[in-house]
Write a protein that binds this ligand. Structure first.
Ligand code: SAM
Length: 260
């Protein structure tokens, strides 16, 4: 997968890319990552990239011209041109993501969807965000990483990229992904490492038993217990969509009755 990040502060995503397992994935040729400094595409001698908003209001907005020039340098064509392309001209393969609090909520399912793309382009907002015409002309996905307002799109883009690239086949073992939180509508089970006793607290006996079936059942029970307690909304949604196996549904029923 090719990832382009358009930013006014390349040092922020660079620090992340160079200090994670992402660096290894880049080394192994699984991912190719380019940072594009939007300021390189500013058109005036002050290298301006923001201005006040039409209609008034507090704060500045990122200017459309440097952004569109940076997007086009990343090989993104405006959607209209794409839609109008003559038959035979390949449709664009790049998916343009703008992280914004007013976007669709990000999720593990969304991360899987993005991990199947050939090329992703991230536009990092600053200040009050970006001119709407950039969104209308170039952006495919407006994505929110949560119901709060952070000050930079760089961190939001890094969160999305971090969740996406590890799902690309070969980056980490598929076994590691199998029982992770959200993989099947459940949160993860508790995990322990050495020592066997820490500050008087012992690792649950079943995990030391070597009995694989009992360990599996214990882990499933813990996952159901925690999901019901912390994310009842996820349980309801997964039940509605038929995500759970029979064994999981039976455990949910049993625990719900126990709670009542
Ligand atoms: N004026 C915007 C609003 O009210 O929605 C907030 C702008 S925020 C201060 C600056 C940038 O940070 C945004 O353009 C976006 O790129 C990023 N950002 C902040 N919070 C975010 C969130 N929850 N999800 C995704 N991106 C976010």
């Amino acid at each position: 997968m090719k990832i382009h990040v358009l930013t006014l502060f390349p040092e922020i995503p660079r620090a992340f890319f160079e200090n994670s397992i992402m660096a290894k994935a880049v080394e192994r040729g699984l991912i190719d990552c380019t940072l594009i400094n939007i300021r390189d595409f500013a058109f005036d001698r002050h290298k301006s990239c923001d201005d006040s908003t039409y209609g008034g209001g507090a704060g500045m907005l990122m200017l459309p011209e440097p952004l569109s020039a940076a997007l086009e340098a990343a090989g993104v064509v405006p959607k209209k041109t794409d839609a109008d392309a003559a038959p035979g001209i390949p449709r664009r393969k790049k998916r343009v993501v703008f992280p914004t609090p007013s976007g669709k909520p990000f999720s593990q399912r969304y991360a899987y969807e993005l991990s199947r793309e050939e090329e992703l382009v991230f536009v990092c907002g600053r200040y009050e965000g970006i001119d709407q015409r950039i969104i209308d002309l170039y952006v495919d996905d407006e994505i929110s990483i949560g119901d709060y307002v952070a000050s930079s799109g760089e961190l939001a883009a890094a969160v999305i990229i971090d969740a996406v690239y590890r799902l690309i086949p070969g980056v980490i073992s598929s076994e590691s992904l199998e029982e992770e939180s959200f993989s099947d509508g459940l949160l993860e089970y508790p995990q322990y490492t050495r020592p066997e006793i820490f500050r008087g607290v012992k690792v649950p006996e079943v995990l030391l038993s070597g009995h694989h079936e009992k360990i599996r059942q214990w882990r499933l029970r813990k996952r159901v217990e925690k999901t019901l307690r912390v994310r009842p909304d996820l349980v309801e949604e997964s039940l509605k969509n038929g995500v759970y196996r029979e064994e999981t549904v039976a455990l949910i029923e049993e625990m719900k009755n126990g709670f009542n």
